[in-house]
Design a protein around this ligand. Structure first.
Ligand SMILES: *Cc1c(COP(=O)(O)O)cnc(C)c1O
Length: 412
């Protein structure tokens, strides 16, 4: 469910006309709906009401400060994967005691920043990282709370680039090495193991892989408890999918119920790290058709948003629903919707049936709220788009459009 709807054939973001936003702020343009963000967060968070839990929104899905602040005000913690994301979360006023830090390549400086802030815990992804965190914490005279990210070797049945919990992936430690890591953690002077962690992938459309991973973790839990680890937190990561097209991902309540059944007897606080399921359908991208062009095999809509603005179709072959901002009622035609970037991989959609569209008209690309702007780049020296947050009839410029000057500001 989202709050981007047609009124008399014209698209609205909550109470605001999208055409007027495109006229005022230009295209390409990201528009986020505050009501949708709130609704998704509430629906997710309340699905785990039966459990002692903390929802740590995954900052990398959409890291705009206005978004982080809004979610923080609703009680969200954050899952960060870099010093930059930690910086953003702190700027947005998130309580450090609600921040967990994941990622395979944490540098000394980033570990130091997290210890200075006083985050809840590090999700540790290798032995070397564990040793490093101990060293940095020792230098600072601090104790670092950690969990080991366990790679349970479960197939999440999603795109290979967003599968993270299989043996061949770079993430976490397999079960045997995790056991060794906890042994080491108990010995290291400046480390306190407080949790267990896993994150098996993204855009999952069934809860079965989550439950398969959970069973392996619970089995492992009894082993490390015997070893003397006092496990307080069970971090199950993110990964719940959303409908981009015809997918029918499980509702969070289904996941919440299944978890409550398996965990009722254990004194564990569950941490969840949803990203896409909160942000994905809370945002759209608006783009204008610059030219139309046809050859004997294809009709092209050449639009002003490229793979630098929204890379998911190019990177993962992802599907994003596309529609007109103002419905003209013309007959359908098959199009490749392509950007201006000098790459044949620069497309938003291929072989897509859309009502016939003319140059100067605008299109809406749905489900662009997660991994949209955060993956944007300046490739082809294109200033990054403007981000707006609409709340009822209020429009907040969440990030202003970059200028040509922003392109060169760090160059000497
Ligand atoms: C990306 C990521 C998430 C969020 O994944 P979604 O599929 O967007 O929910 C959560 N935890 C970790 C460690 C991640 O890397």
């Amino acid at each position: 469910m989202h709050h981007f709807e047609y009124r008399d054939g014209k698209l609205f973001a909550e109470e605001v006309s999208v055409t007027s936003l495109a006229e005022d702020y230009g295209t390409p343009l990201y528009i986020y709906s505050a009501a949708t963000f709130r609704r998704h967060f509430e629906a997710f968070d309340s699905a785990f009401d039966g459990l002692d839990h903390l929802t740590c929104y995954s900052v990398k899905a959409n890291s705009n400060l206005s978004v982080l602040k809004m979610l923080g005000e609703m009680g969200a913690g954050m899952d960060v994967v870099s010093g930059g994301e930690l910086f953003r979360a702190l700027k947005a006023g998130i309580d450090p005691a609600k921040i967990v830090y994941s990622g395979v390549g944490k540098r000394d400086s980033e570990i130091r920043e997290a210890l200075t802030a006083g985050i809840l815990m590090f999700n540790v992804e290798s032995m070397a990282e564990l040793v490093k965190i101990n060293e940095v914490a020792g230098d600072m005279g601090k104790t670092a709370c950690i969990s080991i990210r366990i790679n349970p070797d479960v197939d999440p049945q999603t795109h290979p680039y967003i599968s993270t919990g299989m043996k061949k992936n770079k993430f976490g430690l397999d079960i045997e090495h995790s056991l060794e890591a906890y042994k080491l953690a108990l010995e290291l002077e400046n480390i306190e193991p407080v949790g267990m962690d896993c994150h098996i992938g993204s855009q999952l459309t069934s809860i079965d892989p989550f439950l398969e991973a959970l069973d392996k973790l619970l089995n492992f839990h009894s082993k490390i408890t015997e070893m003397g680890v006092n496990v307080k937190y069970l971090d199950l990561g993110g990964g719940l999918g959303i409908p981009y097209d015809e997918e029918e991902p499980p509702h969070p309540t289904e996941f919440g119920k299944a978890l409550a059944e398996k965990l009722s007897a254990l004194p564990l606080k569950v941490i969840l790290e949803p990203g896409r399921v909160i942000a994905g359908n809370s945002g759209v991208m608006i783009t204008e058709v610059v030219y139309t062009k046809s050859n004997p095999t294809k009709n092209f809509l050449i639009v002003d948003a490229g793979m630098n603005d929204l890379v998911r179709p190019s990177l993962y072959g992802s599907f994003h629903r596309i529609g007109e901002v103002e419905q003209q009622g013309r007959a359908a035609k098959e199009y490749d919707v392509v950007g201006p970037i000098c790459e044949s991989g620069d497309f938003l959609a291929r072989d897509r049936k859309l009502p016939e569209v003319e140059a100067g008209e605008r299109l809406v690309v749905y489900s662009a709220g997660a991994y949209g702007f955060t993956m944007a780049s300046n490739y082809n020296s294109r200033p990054r788009a403007c981000e707006l947050l609409v709340d009822g009839d209020t429009v907040i410029v969440a990030r202003k459009r970059e200028t040509y000057d922003s392109l060169i500001e760090n160059e000497l």
